[in-house]
Design a protein around this ligand. Structure first.
Ligand SMILES: Nc1ncnc2c1ncn2[C@@H]1O[C@H](COP(=O)(O)OP(=O)(O)OP(=O)(O)O)[C@@H](O)[C@H]1O
Length: 303
């Protein structure tokens, strides 16, 4: 069953088109990574999903219900960590979580939730004195209240240190194992890559690509890099390599020649032969382009 169905969503603010004909579906139990650079339209999409902003056109269904007309029912089943979560400076972390539990009429233990997000030690401190990362951890604890069927996390890694980022990934994985659907937006690919079943790349309000990590890599023809250890780097060889069919870029550094090739074996084979013919070949390794390369390729030149 699809938990989120977005159909041809557009949202304009005066002369700015924040979302432009976006369609996507997220299935039950899936962790969906919603990636895009600043200003791509991620928050606007999320706000429309939760009826915090009205679409200019298009339709959104969450749990099979109209996201605008049935927004109360949608929000009741969702746990939200949204940008600019407003903490009450005078309330402690525990009081924030307790308040969310009471509001949702849930049976959670606030301390257990704070423990899960690594905030147990600061449970009795006022949120006004929390660091950015601590506030983000608290917001995550609040989002987890009531075992929501859908977790909507908008840039949840903002302000988190590496430990916090790991805790976040663990929590997302645990929630998915529990059966929750997770919609996770970020402009940091590594955060999403590690936990997402599927990724959508949003650019200028439209989906530029979507699919599983491997599928995306193939679809985008991310290519592979051949790294050859050489005894010397003759200029003529570098020039020859650049001319080969299927070779995209050649770099020489630290006794190696790095050759970016199209997917498939032929270009790599041609390049290796050329290095061998030049009499400088020592050793080689092959690296697949990471999804990070794919993402940079897609977002190059954008904000
Ligand atoms: N309330 C608003 N009024 C006018 N323009 C807006 C409003 N909200 C968003 N925008 C514009 O819509 C575009 C998309 O913004 P949005 O916040 O959805 O992007 P984002 O992908 O979430 O970016 P970020 O990663 O920086 O949070 C931007 O150009 C932004 O300036």
């Amino acid at each position: 069953m699809s938990v989120i169905e977005i159909d041809n969503l557009s949202k304009r603010f005066d002369d700015v088109t924040a979302v432009d004909g976006l369609s996507l579906t997220v299935e039950e139990g899936e962790v969906f990574g919603f990636l895009g650079p600043n200003g791509a339209g991620k928050s606007t999409t999320i706000n429309a999903m939760l009826d915090f902003t009205k679409p200019t056109s298009g339709e959104i269904r969450v749990f099979g219900r109209d996201a605008q007309r049935d927004s109360v029912a949608v929000r009741e089943r969702s746990g939200l960590l949204l940008e600019g979560y407003g903490a009450y400076p005078n309330l402690t972390g525990r009081e924030h979580v307790k308040h969310a539990i009471d509001t949702k009429d849930a049976g959670d233990d606030p301390d257990a939730l704070l423990e899960r997000v690594g905030l147990a030690d600061a449970a009795d401190r006022r949120a006004g004195g929390y660091s950015k990362g601590m506030r983000q951890r608290m917001a995550l604890a609040v989002a987890l209240v009531g075992d929501p069927d859908l977790l909507v996390l908008d840039e949840p890694s903002t302000g988190l240190d590496p430990n916090g980022a790991r805790t976040l990934r663990e929590v997302v994985t645990e929630e998915a194992e529990r059966g929750a659907t997770v919609f996770f937006s970020s402009h940091i690919l590594e955060q999403v890559d590690a936990v997402a079943d599927r990724i959508g790349i949003l650019l200028d309000g439209s989906l530029a690509a979507s699919g599983g990590v491997e599928e995306l890599r193939r679809e985008l023809g991310a290519g592979t890099t051949l790294s050859v250890r050489v005894s010397a780097v003759p200029d003529a060889l570098v020039a020859d390599l650049r001319e080969l069919d299927g070779v995209r870029e050649v770099r020489a550094r630290h006794g190696r020649i790095e050759i970016d090739c199209d997917d498939g074996g032929e270009a790599k084979l041609r390049a290796l032969n050329a290095v061998a013919d030049a009499g400088v070949f020592e050793d080689f390794e092959v690296r697949d382009a990471s999804l990070s390369d794919v993402f940079s390729k897609y977002t190059e030149g954008t904000a």
